[in-house]
Design a protein around this ligand. Structure first.
Ligand code: LMR
Length: 319
């Protein structure tokens, strides 16, 4: 029977896997949500030495989930980065320079890196700087959580499913200076595609409370949970890698922190969140979107913060 050809296993590596985000993400990857339910995964779960006991528990649970996609499962200490990994998910912010060096030595040059640990954009930049043999396009920072938060806000406001809201943009840093922008977003209302601005009909809200709610959502979750967001962060990491792996559908774009080439008058060389399309496992910044004065002001603020963060981080690296 089983004549359907099984895909090659994808080697996945998750650092900080014993943490809160890891706890949700490992299941998502193992269940096929990222690479597809027909793609087996080889999971390498990494964390620091004091977390090995907890990580062992996570491995026991993953094993007990009896997930058909999980082909092999390895528990490793952070410094034992496995060789020839295809996909890598970085979860913790610590030591992006060391992780970059380890990637430089051990990873496949086609490795795709998602940095989640804060400050995510600048950590991704530093990680890439210490892995000069890997193309800088293979590094990214997660702003998909902000993107998803913005999408949820709009869908609730309009009383429509989240899937009926697309092309939201998160510009800049994964911080409170980010600019959640719906001026190019589309909502499907009663079967028709309309600009979100026309559907919401409240530009004061879209230019005011909507933006601050998304900017401050991480802090609001921390206040409520007494812990950082974890489930939603893992879902966003899963979405980010899913789209990188499978491409974005025609006419749809997503937000991703990537190396700025100066598009939209942004500072070159920082990890800036842009609208991107994904194809053949490569991202392309969506070009030509009109930027009004309001938006330009917001882009400038977050760009300035990213330059400051970069300069501080590089100064620390030199010490
Ligand atoms: C989030 O956006 O939920 C987190 O980045 C917040 C944080 O500081 O951990």
């Amino acid at each position: 029977h089983g004549k359907t050809k099984k895909a090659e296993p994808v080697k996945v590596c998750i650092t900080g896997a014993a943490g809160q985000i890891g706890y949700s993400l490992v299941y998502m990857v193992g269940s096929g949500a990222v690479f597809g339910t027909n793609t087996p995964v080889v999971l390498h779960l990494l964390d620091i030495a004091p977390m090995m006991g907890v990580l062992n528990g996570v491995c026991m649970e993953i094993s007990d989930c009896a997930l058909p996609c999980v082909r092999e499962l390895y528990l490793l200490m952070t410094q034992q980065l496995p060789s020839k990994i295809l996909m890598q998910l970085f979860l913790l912010g610590q030591c992006p320079a060391k992780k970059g060096q380890a990637l430089d030595q051990h990873a496949k040059k086609s490795v795709k890196v998602l940095v989640v640990g804060n400050p995510a954009n600048t950590n991704a930049l530093i990680c890439s700087k210490y892995a000069p043999s890997i193309p800088k396009e293979n590094f990214s920072a997660m702003t998909r959580l902000d993107h998803n938060r913005a999408q949820a806000q709009i869908s609730q406001r309009l009383g429509i499913p989240v899937a009926d809201v697309k092309n939201i943009i998160i510009w800049g840093n994964h911080s409170s200076t980010q600019f959640p922008d719906v001026s190019h977003a589309i909502a499907t209302v009663e079967g028709k595609d309309v600009p979100v601005y026309d559907a919401v009909k409240d530009s004061d809200w879209l230019k005011g409370d909507f933006i601050t709610t998304v900017q401050k959502r991480g802090a609001a979750v921390i206040q409520a949970r007494k812990l950082s967001s974890a489930m939603s962060a893992a879902k966003a990491a899963s979405d980010h890698m899913h789209d990188w792996w499978h491409s974005t559908p025609e006419g749809k774009f997503v937000s991703m922190g990537v190396f700025s080439d100066g598009s939209y008058n942004t500072p070159e060389g920082v990890m800036f969140s842009f609208p991107v399309t994904l194809k053949n496992k490569q991202w392309t910044i969506v070009q030509g979107l009109p930027i009004d004065q309001f938006a330009q002001g917001k882009l400038d603020i977050t760009g300035k913060e990213l330059c400051e963060e970069r300069d501080e981080a590089l100064a620390v690296c030199k010490e």
